[in-house]
Design a binder for this molecule. Structure first.
Ligand SMILES: [Zn+2]
Length: 436
């Protein structure tokens, strides 16, 4: 039998109430206690697979990313079909990444306190502290616990729910952070190995707001080459640092210029940040200069257009015996970088999630733009509308102050369980099994 809307609303509330706060906190703590700095995700992947296998996910597995790295996936529900073989409920993907950034500097920050280890996960003033707790072990655990709550009430989702935990999302470790896991997952979706859902939530931290839009980005390395010469004979050299100084001025002017072009209602304005410069070192005319930068790209802009703008600025440095070059070093869903993305805010998935947030918190959902790039654009390219939603605040992630408010974690997980029930519908476990 299919539940009527008024009945399923009640069931959604029951499922939300079935989230176990103590079990959820313990789950997050055990996840934090398994270090998983990119590319060392094997232990956390095995742990996550074990959690899913312990539950009533009928299908679980892992797929190779490369070497001993893997993605973890599981699918539940969706076993009741209509006459034409389609699932009775709407399907859903709940995605997250397994890796974290490094914890360099953490111990020095907290030496002699209960927070000294980045992997101890102590609770201090109602918050769990640790490397990766919000980015994004909380999101992984929210997915596990939300489906546990559905099962605890004797239900499975009517539409199928796929959990997908990928490797290699984070930047910062040499030779990794190119979305190798998500590239492998895309192949699995394209081949039909993983079912393509009607909607997706990627559980990056959003302070429990709905992030329906995100920036794109380019990371560029620029080199300026001149000619070094003894300091007392500067006329024999070509000063790369002076040329770099002029280049920096033009780059910051370019940042001001692109900021004037447009303002996205959720993502704001484009800009670039010069993140590092290097030059000189000898008692001599500096012969080399280099700079790193990141360029924010708005939905509506293209990565290629942004790259052309940067190339033009670099090429505009026209000085005797000075040469310049620019390379883009962080390919993601685009060979040069990551593309911007947005989903219609009137998409039924967004509206249903907003309704669940309101039902659980009693306040209107916040619809915002992500102040980061993550892997949603890969899902967009598969034709899967997706948003980010989870507990946690990105502004303390990637720092020695990363932490997660427990009340927010529990509320967001109740919201996710409510959303699964509302979006996918619910079937009693017995009825689902009988219908198989
Ligand atoms: Zn993240």
């Amino acid at each position: 039998m299919i539940h009527q809307p008024d009945k399923s609303e009640t069931d959604a509330e029951r499922v939300a109430a079935a989230v176990d706060p103590d079990g959820l906190v313990a789950l997050v703590q055990s996840a934090v206690r398994i270090p998983s700095v990119t590319p060392n995700e094997a232990a956390i992947a095995a742990w996550a697979l074990g959690q899913l296998e312990a539950d009533q996910w009928p299908t679980t597995g892992s797929t190779d990313v490369n070497g001993d790295r893997s993605n973890v996936f599981a699918t539940t529900g969706g076993s009741r079909l209509d006459g034409s073989g389609r699932e009775l409920g709407r399907s859903l993907l709940l995605a997250g990444h397994l890796d974290t950034v490094h914890a360099d500097g953490w111990r020095e920050q907290w030496v002699g306190t209960e927070r000294e280890s980045p992997y101890a996960a102590p609770i201090v003033d109602g918050e769990i502290w640790g490397c990766g707790v919000a980015d994004q072990k909380a999101g992984i655990c929210m997915i596990v616990e939300a489906i546990r709550a559905v099962n605890r009430c004797g239900f499975r989702p009517s539409g199928s729910v796929t959990a997908l935990f990928v490797a290699d999302e984070e930047s910062g470790q040499a030779g990794s952070g190119i979305s190798a896991g998500m590239h492998a997952a895309v192949s699995a979706f394209r081949s039909g190995f993983l079912p393509k859902p009607d909607f997706a939530i990627y559980t990056e931290p959003t302070t429990s707001a709905i992030y329906s839009a995100q920036m794109g980005f380019l990371i560029a390395e620029i080199t300026v080459t001149g000619r070094s010469a003894y300091f007392g004979r500067p006329e024999l050299g070509a000063d790369a640092l002076k040329a770099g100084h002029e280049l920096l001025a033009r780059l910051w002017q370019h940042s001001d210029d692109i900021a004037q072009l447009a303002c996205h209602p959720l993502v704001g304005r484009a800009f670039l940040v010069v993140t590092e410069v290097r030059s000189g070192g000898n008692v001599a005319v500096p012969g080399d200069f280099s700079a790193s930068l990141i360029r924010k790209i708005l939905p509506g802009e293209t990565v290629d257009h942004a790259a052309t703008g940067l190339r033009d600025v670099v090429a505009s440095i026209d000085l005797p015996d000075i040469t310049t070059s620019i390379t883009f070093t962080a390919p993601r869903d685009h060979p040069l970088g990551g593309t911007p993305s947005e989903v219609r805010i009137d998409h039924p998935g967004v509206a249903t999630l907003a309704t669940s947030i309101e039902a659980i918190t009693g306040t209107a959902a916040r619809l915002e733009g992500a102040p980061y790039w993550s892997e949603g654009p890969f899902l967009r390219d598969l034709g899967i509308p997706s948003v980010y939603f989870a507990a946690g605040d990105i502004s303390n992630c990637h720092t020695s102050f990363e932490r997660l408010n427990i009340d927010e974690l529990v509320t967001a997980t109740r919201t996710l369980a409510h959303f699964v029930a509302s979006w996918c519908g619910l079937d009693p476990i017995g009825a689902t099994d009988a219908a198989k």
